[in-house]
Design a protein around this ligand. Sequence first.
Ligand code: APR
Length: 315
Amino acid sequence: MRKKVTVVGAGAVGSAAAHWIVSKELADVVLVDVVQGLPQGIALDLAQSGPVEGFDLKIVGANSYEETANSDVILITAGVPRRKDPTTGKFPSRDELVKINQDVVGPITAELAKYSPNSIMIVVTNPLDAMCHVVKEVSGFPRDRVIGQAGALDTARYKTFIAMELGVSVEDVHGIVLGGHGDEMVPLPRHTSVAGIPIRELMPEDKLQAIIERTRKGGGELVGLMGRSAYYAPASASVSMIEAILKDKKRVIASAVYLQGEYGYHDLFIGVPCVLGAKGLERVIIMDLNDEEKAMLEVSAKAVRAVVDVLGYKK
Ligand code: APR
């Protein structure tokens, strides 16, 4: 049986993700967006690259959810980015954005869960950790089937900066970034290496700390350059998770998952090392963090909790 992936939101991240999915021949794709014509157009445009690129998949666009029925994996990228209100000239506050995207992601999730009750949902919409709570609450899915994409991207940015600094291949850089998908995320230099060589043997501490800081502000750096949020790396990070699930690879990828006691946290989505396979989240890997790392995770978890509280769900 062919696999089926639904991507909700045919904007920058959603269309780039659809592109990676088909170019890797992972699954048939349904693209959904609220804008009439947009998902249909992107689907047709992508399909027309099939004869050139040599992939053979069904790609359709839709403005409603019937076509999404029986999806194996769903990627939720729909939402409103943080941008100036043209009338007031003001940015929405963080809390206002949470509410705005809660009202986008909630109803979408209800439709998706109705048509694909056995799917695995991967959340990309920001603020990420809070939107994971919305998807879990509305879908009623068990925690193994609601996973947030955060650490895959943050880790990719961290590895890229290390490879650029050292002039080595990104393929040989290993590392992981935990915590919430915000400025308090937790890159772990103690667990970072180049082909097994500890990073601190290769780079002075000030350079390493500068890379950690750049990773934490990685999203903001791109907004500053492009005037909008990033999409290629967020999309490819998401597709690495989709691939791990569809191919049952048991890859270890930092992902935002609903903790139930792991790392001392309960009922909170936060980025931790996860084994991703056919069942979605198959296992949380417990690392032996030192006091400093635990303290950084706590700062990150507090920041996530403050945003999640805005949603108004009962604890
Ligand atoms: N139903 C379906 N699609 C919707 C809905 C909705 N209710 N509301 C908005 N959308 C669609 C928009 O029409 C748009 O095409 O979501 C898409 C979002 O695309 P972009 O504005 O290009 O945003 P993008 O850069 O793709 O980011 C999407 O991912 O990384 C995060 O912070 C980012 O939360 C943002 C999300």
